[in-house]
Design a binder for this molecule. Structure first.
Ligand code: PMP
Length: 466
C-alpha cells in the first residue's frame, strides 16, 4: 500500500511539473527556460517542516522566504483568517476602514520606536518600500524642494521588485538585464566586514563607510538627497551584519543633513532578531520610516506596510499646500483579513515566541558556527535567527568561488536529499527557520548541512573544480 501511495504521489508530482512547465511563470526565471520550468512542488507544512509533492518531509530552513516566523499549520492563524473572511472579507481602504487595521496600527505604533506612530499598509515588501519612497518624494514636493529626491542605497542590498524599489537593489545580476531608475539612486559600498579590504580593522572599515557617505552627501549636495535606505541586516545579500556603530553613525549623518533614514525591516522585524522591530531594540536607532512585510503575518496572508514618523506629517500639515494629495493607495491597503491575521500573529509573538527566539538564537548561531571547520566554508555568520554559510575557493584568500560552480545549489540539492531545504545564493546558503525551532531540530539541521557540504566538497574535487 505504501508503495502505491508513493507511486501516486510521484505521478501527481510529475503532473504538477508538467502543468507548471506549460502555464506557470516562477519568479526570477532565466531567458533560456522562462515559462518552461518547474521548481520544487510543495504540498503541506507543519511547524518547521514542509512536505514536497514527492512526499519528502523537509525542514523549512528559510521559513519560506524569511516569512513563516510562527511556523506552518498554526490553527489560530488559520482560524482567524477564516473568521475574518466570514465577518468582513474586504472593504475599501479609501472611503471606509475596518477594526483589525485600526487595532493593528495602534499595536504597531506601540512597538515602533520614537514617534513612528502611523502605519500605511501595503501588500508586501516591495510595495512598502515603494510607498516609503513615494512618500518622501511627495513630502519634498509639498515642502517646496522638488530637487531633494535622490535615494542612497547600498551594494548588496535588496528592497523589492517594483520599478523604484528594484532600482535600489545592489546584488550581482540585479541589473544585468533590467532597466531601472538609476539616475535617482546612488549606491554606497556594502558594509560587509568579511569582504573588507585586507589588513583593515573592522573599526577603520566602519570609518571608511561613514566617510564614503559623507563624501557622497558633500559631492551631491544634501539639498538633492531625499532618503537613505538600509536593511539593518542585509538579508538576501547574504546576511550581512554591519560593523559595530555603522547604523547609528549613518543615522546621525542623515539627521544632520535632513535626509530621511528608511529602515527596511521586511526581514528583520517580527521576531527574526528577537524583537517586533529591530531598529531600536537591536541597533539603537530610530529611523524616520520603517518598512515591514513577511513575518507580520508569518506568511499566512500577503501584507506589508510603512511606519511613518509623526513629525513628517506635522511638516506637511504646516506647509502651504494643504490641498496637495498623496496620490498613492492600493486596493488591498489595510486588508481586513491580513490585519486580523497580523493581530493574531502578534499575540503569538508576545505569548512566548519572541522570548523563545531570543533564547534559542545563541544555540542556533553557535551550532552553525561549528561548520566553519569544513574547508569549503569561508565564514558562518548570523544574528538572531538568520544566518549564512559562505563558501570560498580557498580560506587563505577568501576568494569567492566562481558563479558557475553554483555551490549553494549543490549543497541545497544534497540537503534536500537528506531532509532540509536551504536557500542557495550563488556561493552561500542562507538559513532563517521558523522561530519555533527547538535545539534538537537545530542539531538535525546542522548535521544535514555538515553531510551535504562534505558531499559537495567531494563532488567538486572529483570534478576537478576545487
Ligand atoms: N525588502 C527586503 C529587505 C526584502 O528582503 C524583500 C523580499 N525578499 C523585499 C523588500 C520585497 O518584499 P516582497 O517580496 O514582499 O515584495
Amino acid at each position: 500500500a505504501k508503495r502505491e501511495e508513493t507511486i501516486g504521489l510521484v505521478d501527481t508530482a510529475k503532473e504538477m511539473i508538467a502543468t507548471a512547465q506549460k502555464h506557470l511563470v516562477q519568479p526570477w526565471p532565466t531567458a533560456g527556460d522562462i515559462g518552461a520550468e518547474a521548481r520544487g512542488g510543495m504540498v503541506s507544512g507543519d511547524g518547521i517542516y514542509v512536505t514536497d509533492s514527492e512526499g519528502r518531509r523537509l525542514i523549512d530552513g528559510p521559513a519560506g522566504m524569511w516569512c513563516v516566523n510562527a511556523g506552518h499549520r498554526r490553527k489560530e492563524l488559520a482560524d482567524v483568517l477564516h473568521e475574518q473572511a466570514m465577518a468582513l472579507s474586504y472593504n475599501s481602504p479609501w472611503y471606509t476602514m475596518n477594526q483589525p487595521s485600526v487595532t493593528l496600527s495602534q499595536r504597531l505604533a506601540d512597538y515602533a520606536p520614537g514617534d513612528l506612530d502611523h502605519v500605511f499598509y501595503t501588500t508586501g515588501g516591495s510595495s512598502a518600500v515603494e510607498t516609503a519612497l513615494r512618500f518622501m518624494q511627495f513630502a519634498n514636493n509639498v515642502k517646496g524642494r522638488p530637487d531633494k529626491k535622490m535615494i542612497i542605497s547600498r551594494q548588496g542590498g535588496y528592497h523589492g521588485s517594483t520599478y523604484l524599489s528594484a532600482s535600489l537593489n545592489g546584488r550581482p545580476r540585479d541589473h544585468d538585464w533590467m532597466d531601472s531608475a538609476s539616475e535617482q539612486v546612488i549606491k554606497l559600498s556594502c558594509p560587509n566586514p568579511f569582504r573588507r579590504p585586507e589588513g583593515m580593522s573592522e573599526q577603520v572599515f566602519c570609518d571608511f563607510l561613514v566617510a564614503e557617505f559623507r563624501t557622497v552627501i558633500e559631492k551631491t549636495g544634501k539639498e538633492r538627497i531625499g532618503a537613505f535606505i538600509a536593511e539593518p541586516v542585509m538579508a538576501s545579500g547574504g546576511v550581512i551584519i554591519p560593523p559595530q556603530g555603522y547604523l547609528p553613525r549613518m543615522r546621525a549623518l542623515c539627521a544632520d543633513n535632513d535626509i530621511l533614514f528608511i529602515a527596511d525591516e521586511v526581514v528583520t522585524a517580527f521576531g527574526r532578531l528577537g524583537h517586533v522591530f529591530a531598529s531600536q531594540d537591536v541597533f539603537g536607532i530610530t529611523p524616520d520610516m520603517i518598512t515591514f512585510a513577511k513575518g507580520v503575518t508569518s506568511g499566512y496572508f500577503p501584507l506589508g506596510g510603512v511606519m511613518i514618523s509623526s513629525r513628517l506629517f506635522e511638516d506637511l500639515r504646516r506647509s502651504n499646500h494643504s490641498d496637495a494629495m498623496f496620490a498613492h493607495g492600493l486596493t488591498y491597503s489595510s486588508h481586513p483579513i491580513g490585519c486580523a491575521v497580523a493581530l493574531k500573529n502578534l499575540d503569538i509573538l508576545e505569548d512566548g515566541l519572541l522570548d523563545h527566539a531570543r533564547a534559542i538564537s545563541g544555540y542556533f548561531q553557535a551550532s552553525l558556527k561549528t561548520l566553519e571547520d569544513l574547508p569549503l566554508v569561508g565564514e558562518v555568520r548570523g544574528l538572531g535567527l538568520m544566518a549564512c554559510i559562505e563558501c570560498v575557493a580557498d580560506r587563505i584568500s577568501n576568494n569567492p568561488l566562481t558563479l558557475d560552480l553554483t555551490v549553494g545549489k549543490r549543497i541545497d540539492g544534497h540537503c534536500q536529499d537528506l531532509g532540509l531545504l536551504v536557500r542557495p545564493l550563488i556561493n552561500m546558503c542562507v538559513m532563517s527557520p521558523p522561530l519555533t525551532i527547538t535545539p534538537s531540530q537545530i542539531d538535525e539541521m546542522v548535521s544535514i548541512l555538515r553531510t551535504s557540504i562534505e558531499r559537495t566538497q567531494d563532488e567538486l574535487v572529483r570534478e576537478g573544480l576545487w
